[in-house]
Design a protein around this ligand. Structure first.
Ligand code: CA
Length: 226
């Protein structure tokens, strides 16, 4: 089920929202100030955030701005205390996806959340694995939500390894799939690309292992590395 974060400092509203969303079957976390909310959003993979604008420590606009700066594509619905055009415009300008004006009914919130989640599923096309995410629409890699620049070949190689994780891939298979021709010469071209890709994945918690005489395999990092 979808995971939702509520960042709202008015305890009564926060509790009510939590209750309503849990009743609707969502997994719910909550924070009472902007800074805590931002940290929680960084450390968890939420599908949607309900974000109040007037918050202690860090206001909602700033929370939104910082999340978008990290290329976090979480769906954000801002909650405004009054029908303030200015707040809405700033919020949407900063990258929020939708807004709601208080007071709102539980049914209204849940309908908006469901619509948001549906829209998000259509738009985003991400592969996520451990602390790594690949945006298939933009051909971009993120490690801990930080962009990492890859060449086209490195990108294709990573994607192929990700789709076949846990499977040993021979140099011949990699050549055929990624270079697209019967290669009768030096397979070191594969080794070179694996080497470069590994360098770019040093901050990730995944490892491309060499299976001597067999090829390469993408696997999860373990403590007992050989
Ligand atoms: Ca508030």
């Amino acid at each position: 089920m979808a995971k939702i974060l509520i960042i709202e400092d008015e305890v009564s509203i926060q509790k009510l929202l939590t209750y309503d969303l849990q009743q609707a079957g969502f997994e719910v976390n909550s924070a009472l100030d902007g800074l805590t909310g931002l940290e929680m959003a960084k450390q968890n993979d939420y599908d949607l955030i309900l974000l109040d604008l007037m918050l202690p420590k860090l206001d909602g606009i700033e929370v939104c701005r910082r999340l978008r700066k990290r290329n976090d594509d979480v769906y954000i619905i801002i909650l405004t205390a009054r029908d303030d055009e200015y707040d809405k415009i700033i919020g949407l300008d900063t990258g929020a996806d939708d807004y709601m004006t208080k007071p709102f009914s539980p049914r209204e919130v849940i309908a908006r959340i469901k619509a948001g989640l549906r829209r998000k599923m259509k738009v985003s096309n991400m592969i996520k694995y451990k602390n790594l995410s690949v945006d298939l629409n933009r051909h971009e890699l993120y490690i801990n939500n930080e962009p990492v620049s890859l060449t086209n070949k490195e990108y294709d190689l990573l994607l192929f390894l990700l789709k076949n994780k846990g499977i040993v891939l021979s140099r011949d298979i990699l050549l055929e799939k990624l270079w697209g021709f019967e290669y009768d010469g030096d397979t070191r071209i594969v080794d070179v690309h694996i080497f470069k890709l590994r360098e770019k994945l040093t901050k990730s918690n995944i490892t491309i292992v060499t299976k001597r005489g067999l090829g390469y395999m993408l696997e999860e990092e373990t403590n007992d590395k050989n």
